[in-house]
Design a binder for this molecule. Sequence first.
Ligand code: SF4
Length: 391
Amino acid sequence: MMNPLGIYLHIPFCVKKCDYCDFLSFPLIDLYQKEKRMEEYLDALKNEIRTRSRGLKNYRVNTIFLGGGTPTVLSGSQLDQLFSVLHESFSVDENAEITMEANPGTLTKDQLSVFVARGGNRLSLGLQSAQERELELLGRIHRFKEFEQSFFQARAAGIENINIDLMSALPGQSAEDFFKTLSTVLTFEPEHLSVYSLIIEEGTPFYERYRKDEENRERGEIPHLLPTEETERLIYHQTGEILNRAGYEHYEISNYARKNRRCRHNENCWKRIDYAGFGLGASSFFDPLRRRNETDLEQYIKAGGLPPFEEEISLSIREQMEEMLFLGLRLSEGVSISEFEDKFHQSPLAVFSKTLKKYQSTGHLLLQDGHIFFTDRGRDVANMILADFLL
Ligand code: SF4
C-alpha cells in the first residue's frame, strides 16, 4: 500500500516586506532583475521536485500547500508550470486538498483559473486586519477593499474552501478593535479562520519600534502600546466563544473550522504524517528524519535546487515521544494513548507522568476516552504548558 504524503512548496518572494515579518521571503522591489531571479528560482525548484520525487515513488500525495512568501506573485503561466511538474512527478489523490496562500492585492483571475483548473480547491487569504489603520501599521500592501475583491473573485472562480488569516495583539489594538475585525470577517462566511497573536521578532522594523514595550510586558509591567497579557488572553478566550457560536470548531490552538473544513495539510503535520518540502528553506519530515533545505537564495539557485540540506536530524525515540505530545496536544482531540503505546511500546502516562499529573491537578489537562487533551482553561495557556513536555 502506498503511504500518504503532504507536499509543501515555498515561494520566497513578496511585493514588499511587512514590518513585523521574519519569514524567509524577499521583497521583489529589492531584487535586482526580479523577473530573471524569479525564473531562476522556479527552474531550481522544478529541478528539485523532479529529482527528489524519484525517491518517493511509494507515496501518494493527499495534500499540497503552496506557501511563502506570497505564491500569488507568480504569473498564471508560472503557476501552471509548477503544477505540471508536480503532477508529472507524483501520484496525486483525486480528492487531494490543494491550498494556495494568497495576499489581497496580488491575486488575479488568471492565477485563479489556472489554480482551479489544476485541482486547486482551498485558498488561504492573508487579511490580518479589517481596519485600515492596522493594515498600514503592519506595513501590508493591501487595503480592506482589495481583500473583498480577492475573496469574491475566489468564490466566483469556484473555490468553496477559504481560510482567512487574522492577527491579534497589535500595537494600540484594543479587544474591541479586534472583535470589530472578527465580526466583519464573519459576514464573509469563510470556511476556516486562523488567528495568531503578533510576535515581535528580532531583526524586523517592529523589533526596533516595540522591543522596549515587549520587554516591559514580559516583566509583567504595563506596556505602552502593545496589549497587556490580560487583553491578549481575553481576546483569545472570547474569539473561541464567538467562533463557536458562529458554528466553527476550535480544532487547534490557533485554528477554527466549519464542519469537515479543517486544514488537512496542517493537521497531518501535527499528526506527524510524512511531508516533503520543496524550495528555499522548506522543511521535510520522514519519520524519524527532519530536514531543512538551504536558506541562502544564491546557493539554492546555484545548486539547481539541490544544495546539501542545511539541517538534517534523526530524532531519538525520546524526541519522537516529545513531538507526539507537543504537536498532538495542539489538536482539540489531543493525543491517543493507544496510538502512542502502539508506536513506542510504552504508555505516555508513565513517560510523562510528572507533567501530566501536574496539569491534571490544575485543571489544564484531561484524560478521557483514551485521549489526553487540553481543557478550555489549559488551551488559554497552551504554549507555556507545551514547553513543559520537552523531557
Ligand atoms: S506577505 Fe507574509 S511573508 Fe510576505 S512579508 Fe508580509 S508577512 Fe512576510
